[in-house]
Design a protein around this ligand. Structure first.
Ligand SMILES: NC(=O)c1ccc[n+]([C@@H]2O[C@H](COP(=O)([O-])OP(=O)(O)OC[C@H]3O[C@@H](n4cnc5c(N)ncnc54)[C@H](O)[C@@H]3O)[C@@H](O)[C@H]2O)c1
Length: 372
């Protein structure tokens, strides 16, 4: 069977993808540097023993070159993530490594059959909004002074609320270093793929949920932080007014999407959004987590805090991938239940909550509404 290289294969999406590929009979090689803080405690125990594991950095050309030996397909999932301020690292890890895969393929005349790169919903930024007169616009980001007044929503010049739209892969408006690097990965993957005739695909994942999500990423994903709070009978804090809308996709649906685009030539040279297809407010999501813990009596706190760089509403239009026959099959309740099981298996949950709270403070991205 063909050999598949999964960069970042020790991570959340990577390790589940590795399991899915092995189940289908593919041979798999993982290239992963076990980046901290993602792998705060070293090599994860969930790694599939049938996969070959190569410890190394995707920025290192020699390492990447030997990892690509005899490979037919590449999933490029390794990435630098989070709300961090070392902007250049996003481009070193994410963009340079993607370019290197193509560079090595051409130099060594590698017979790669497909390259699939992980992009992100972040590429669409705030997405599209509709004005009262029907005009569709693409706003950039909300000014800090607006947020400091506790004025969260997007409004037109007359002060009328604008309606958020399900946004497709046709729209790109990356606003931070991570998103810009992800967009560059899409451009490299699709354009070099076309130019050098290697089928290529970029997948814009929405917020992916499920077990094995690192407890130690600096950016606190809602699923992790809400679950930790309810676990310890604490009320989680919702930013803004908790009415921000998002779509969430289950990890197993993501693996199905990853494998579909590997096997279906109709996916070649295309970008696809991989989302949950339903929108939830953050408040609704917190209630779902509370229900999973049987702790609905603990109401989340809404103290008028906001996070610099957050979008107000971001939901992906998944009709293009649905056109290939893919459908998100698992519910948000499935994702939360699976995550909770995973959390209960951990032996160091106290450390995890303490770590999450400390790193959020250190990042200094949370601000408070100014009272006059
Ligand atoms: N999880 C999500 O909700 C989500 C959403 C949108 C996009 N994505 C993208 O999907 C991909 C996988 O994300 P994830 O959630 O599994 O993240 P993760 O942090 O769990 O996994 C990433 C893996 O990449 C490895 N890695 C990081 N830098 C590396 C380097 N320089 N060399 C080699 N390996 C390196 C890490 O050790 C880790 O195992 C990423 O490209 C991410 O940007 C994820």
């Amino acid at each position: 069977m063909s050999l598949v290289l999964v960069t970042g294969g020790a991570g959340f999406i990577g390790s589940h993808t590795v399991d899915g590929l092995i189940e289908l009979g593919y041979d798999v090689r993982i290239l992963d540097n076990l980046q901290k803080p993602v792998h705060f405690k070293g090599k994860p125990s969930y790694l599939n023993p049938k996969a070959e594991f190569v410890l190394g950095d995707v920025r290192n050309k020699t390492t990447l070159e030997s990892a690509l030996k005899d490979v037919s397909y590449v999933y490029h999932l390794a990435a630098y993530q989070d709300y961090l301020l070392d902007f250049s690292t996003f481009f070193h890890v994410n963009s340079v490594s993607t370019a290197l895969i193509f560079e090595i393929m051409i130099e060594k005349k590698l017979p790669l059959k497909k390259i699939i790169t992980a992009s992100s919903q972040f590429v669409q930024g705030e997405g599209l909004y509709k004005k009262r007169n029907g005009e569709i616009i693409s706003p950039t980001f909300r000014p800090i002074d607006q947020l400091e007044r506790g004025d969260w929503d997007w409004k037109d010049e007359k002060g009328n609320l604008m309606e958020w739209q399900w946004t497709s892969e046709k729209h790109s408006s990356p606003q931070n270093a991570y998103a810009i690097s992800k967009y560059s990965q899409e451009l490299i993957t699709i354009n070099f793929g076309k130019r050098y005739l290697v089928p290529s695909v970029a997948l814009r994942y929405s917020i992916v949920q499920g077990p094995r999500q690192s407890f130690y990423n600096a950016y606190s994903g809602a699923c992790r932080i809400f679950n930790l709070h309810y676990f310890f009978d604490k009320a989680p804090t919702l930013y803004e007014d908790g009415s921000q809308e998002r779509d969430f996709v289950n990890i197993h649906d993501v693996v199905d999407a990853n494998i579909l685009v590997l096997q279906d030539p109709k996916a070649d040279y295309e970008v696809f959004c991989v989302g949950g297809g339903k929108s939830y407010t953050i408040k609704e999501f917190a209630n779902i987590v509370a229900r999973a813990h049987n702790k609905e009596h603990i109401q989340p706190k809404i103290p008028g805090e906001f996070r610099i760089g957050d979008t107000r509403n971001t939901c992906s239009d998944i009709s293009k991938l649905r056109g290939l026959g893919w459908e998100p099959k698992r519910t948000i309740e499935d994702s939360v239940a699976e995550y909770l099981e995973y959390l209960k298996e951990q032996t160091d949950i106290d450390d995890i909550l303490e770590y999450a709270e400390k790193t959020m403070k250190q990042l200094n991205v949370v601000r408070k509404v100014k009272t006059v």
